[in-house]
Write a protein of this length. Structure first.
Length: 262
């Protein structure tokens, strides 16, 4: 936990708890546990609850349930480039309009060529996933099984496959206004500078919230939660797993003998 905050017991509609998904509300790419989903609804009785993920809205629904848009006050898919508020679609932005087709095609071609030279125990399919606000690049391929995902993740920890790939892309595309962010277990994201998870904070600025608590697990430099976690507009909480997220929320918002911050 990076910063402390006066604990709250009463409902407060001016406070938002904003959650990453993988490693924060769920295990990586897994469905939310029923007790965690129930806890989020109890939390909503005290503060507003929002979701921010690099994944598209369909993947968020797979993990958090098909009714997630109505069960959270905010849902920011693709870091907020596809945004929902109070159960309704809010706005959408696209990477191709911002970057232009030439830079986009050069990036895709270069990445495919680089991955063709990587030797792995296994490769599957969907090496580049095109999303509204980013490219998601996976050396093993997103269609790998859960067992293959874990196998790659362990290998990546030893051989720094994604880290080396990102370093190469940063050198090749220097000055093109691109950010490269490693997250999850098998992939990394590429998006225009400023289109990390902080993008959603700009959307929230008009809602006059007095506090935004962000919860994420990839909060170290280079992780896809780092920028929003360390942003002065948020109160950042670094977590290790869903149980850790619940523990911190209970300490902040449910412990007895607490009072609202002034």
């Amino acid at each position: 936990q990076r910063r402390t905050w006066d604990k709250m017991a009463a409902a407060d509609g001016d406070v938002l708890c904003l959650f990453d998904v993988d490693g924060t509300l769920t295990q990586a790419r897994q469905r939310i546990e029923p007790h965690m989903a129930e806890f989020l609804q109890r939390l909503r009785a005290r503060v507003r609850v929002g979701i921010v993920s690099g994944s598209d809205v369909d993947k968020i629904k797979e993990q958090l349930g098909g009714d997630v848009i109505s069960k959270a006050d905010y849902v920011f898919a693709e870091n907020g480039l596809v945004a929902y508020k109070d159960g309704h679609f809010l706005k959408k932005q696209s990477i191709q309009e911002h970057m232009g087709e030439e830079v986009l095609e050069n990036l895709i071609n270069y990445s495919l060529n680089y991955m063709a030279r990587i030797k792995l125990p296994k490769k599957r399919g969907t090496f580049i996933e095109f999303r509204n606000g980013m490219l998601n690049i996976s050396p093993i391929g997103r269609s790998c099984s859960q067992e293959e995902r874990i196998e790659f993740f362990e290998l990546d920890k030893e051989e720094k496959i994604r880290e080396k790939f990102v370093a190469d892309l940063q050198k090749e595309f220097a000055g093109k206004g691109l950010t490269f962010s490693i997250g999850g277990q098998i992939s990394f994201d590429v998006f225009p500078d400023g289109w990390d998870k902080r993008y959603c904070l700009g959307i929230l600025e008009g809602d006059n919230l007095k506090a935004i608590h962000f919860f994420g697990d990839k909060t170290s430099p280079g992780g896809n939660d780092y920028e929003i976690y360390s942003d002065p507009r948020t109160i950042g909480h670094s977590v290790t797993c869903p149980a850790d997220t619940q523990r911190i929320c209970e300490e902040l918002f449910f412990n007895s003998g607490t009072s609202n911050p002034s």
